[in-house]
Design a protein around this ligand. Structure first.
Ligand code: SF4
Length: 498
């Protein structure tokens, strides 16, 4: 069978780098490498139906990501799923199951170059819906997993957060619950069983891992607090902020949840899982992981020694990507949002992480304060905060360390019901919302362009992660339907790759 497609240039006017895996009547299944377009690799099912082309894109696990109909230069989205949460949206009212089933029915009749590939596409629609449903056991409704894609495995290792950012649903009066090693191992085994159940021998395709916690360094600091009396005394004097936050840490086990301070009182030692051991257990469960992501916060990083961070990077054989939610590098905005650390603190933390060897991805939030906010009797402009943040990003993220360049994820603020900031927006309290000439979307576009002009590696995660996840969850809570009947048409510029 020819390795080159006869249909692929009908999709976008040119032929991206690809390999044909299988053919049917007027239809092909191609592996599209993405090297020439800077996109992730995908499978494309291209079907010619009269004058129209149906394009179905599938992720590396063989699960449908989108279905669209191309008529001349027009493309109509029929079905779309933006990330690994599995929130399918049908844009024409057709049932999701029917659209999924149509794709796999077509593929099942294809002749494959290598028959072993066929198994990867042996999904049924109900199985896919069940797969995404069951995977929800691996994270809480409140958890947000940035860049959650089809090849990512999630293991939940803690719950909640000791901090109190006013836009975030994570803070709780009980503080953070650090899971004990039995609970962590149980969660990782559950993740492994689910992935084996649904992906069988293709489990090796799952090559990215996410340790789901508000910051993995709370484990290290809580362990040190418990085991090292001298350090405990030292931070009381030198770092009361961390001491205070650790006062809200708990060790969560199947039978009980115990405050860290109570464990100190009881003289317990060595029972808080060390991040290096957590990564070790993750690797035992998923030996083929190539990238492991987790969150680390600025105050915890600055309270950790450079030596430990290097050890974590070098010895843990795994955590190689760290996400840091800085939100803003403009001190008044950051303080207003509940992150009291200064831009200087943020620079220090990121430099430490980069020096230790981690690839650092910072998350910046746009639109949280609208046009601006009132603080201490004066109006603080949102745009001023973004300008200062852009200048800081250029300085801090513009250079590469150990050949790794940091990445900036720009997220649009999505109000989460029940959070103090959402209340302020709802009642226009302390916040001046965007006027008719501006909007969070426009502000994100402006900010991304501003950073791109500086030559920074920036990606807008609007619509792709937070927003879809948060909105979908709100929709589920309020009982709104999952289906959208909106149809989206747009022109495909000639020779433009979709
Ligand atoms: S540090 Fe992160 S998880 Fe914790 S409250 Fe702030 S945004 Fe939420």
């Amino acid at each position: 069978m020819e390795a080159y497609s006869r249909l692929i240039d009908l999709v976008g006017g040119f032929s991206p780098v690809h390999t044909v895996l299988a053919r049917g009547a007027d239809a092909e299944l191609c592996y599209v490498h993405g090297k020439d377009t800077g996109n992730d690799p995908q499978y494309w099912l291209i079907e010619k139906k009269g004058k129209n082309i149906t394009l179905t894109t599938l992720g590396l696990t063989g699960i449908v990501q989108s279905v669209s109909m191309i008529r001349g230069h027009k493309r109509e989205h029929l079905l779309e799923r933006k990330n690994g949460y599995g929130n399918f949206r049908s844009y024409t009212g057709q049932p999701v199951e029917r659209l999924l089933a149509a794709a796999y029915d077509s593929i099942s009749g294809f002749e494959f170059n290598d028959p072993r590939h066929k198994e990867l596409f042996g999904w049924r629609a109900d199985q896919i819906i069940a797969r995404f449903g069951e995977m929800k056991q691996l994270y809480d409704e409140k958890d947000i997993v940035p860049e959650y894609n089809d090849t990512m495995v999630i293991a939940k290792i803690s719950k909640s957060c000791p901090r109190a950012c006013i836009y975030c649903p994570e803070p709780s009066a009980q503080g953070i619950q650090l899971y004990d090693m039995d609970t962590i191992t149980h969660n990782m085994s559950m993740a492994k069983n689910l992935h084996e159940k649904y992906h069988g021998r293709f489990i090796n395709e799952m090559n990215e891992g996410f340790l789901n916690t508000s910051s993995i360094l709370w484990f290290h600091l809580a362990g040190r607090y418990l085991d090292d009396k001298a350090w405990r005394e030292e931070i009381k004097e030198d770092n009361p902020c961390i001491e205070n936050l650790l006062g809200r840490a708990n060790l969560f086990g199947e039978k009980s949840t115990i405050r860290l301070k109570e464990l100190v009182r009881r003289g317990a030692k060595g029972i808080i899982p060390d991040p290096k051991d957590i990564v070790g257990v993750f690797r035992e469960h998923f030996p083929h992981l190539e990238k492991i992501y987790t969150f680390m916060g600025v105050p915890e990083t600055n309270a950790t020694s450079e030596g430990y961070l290097s050890e974590l990077f070098n010895n843990a054989e795994g955590i190689n990507r760290v996400l840091v939610g800085i939100e803003s590098a403009h001190n008044p905005t950051s303080r207003f949002l509940g992150k009291k650390e200064t831009a200087e603190d943020k620079t220090r933390a990121i430099t430490m992480l980069q020096k230790a060897g981690f690839k650092v991805k910072v998350i910046v939030q746009v639109g949280a304060v609208g046009e601006g906010f009132y603080h201490g009797g004066r109006f603080v402009s949102g745009r001023e905060g973004l300008e200062e943040t852009a200048a800081w990003l250029k300085q801090t993220m513009g250079n590469s360390y150990n050949g790794k360049t940091g990445k900036i994820l720009v997220s649009r603020y999505v109000p989460v019901e029940g959070t103090p900031l959402a209340e302020m927006h709802n009642h226009m309290r302390n916040i001046r919302p965007y006027g008719p000439k501006n909007s969070p979307e426009k502000e994100v576009r402006w900010f991304v362009r501003r950073l791109q002009k500086e030559g920074l590696d920036v990606v807008s995660i609007v619509d792709e992660d937070y927003e879809v996840a948060v909105q979908e969850r709100r929709a589920i809570r309020t009982g709104a339907g999952r289906k959208e009947t909106r149809s989206r048409n747009f022109q495909i510029p000639p020779s433009h790759f979709i």
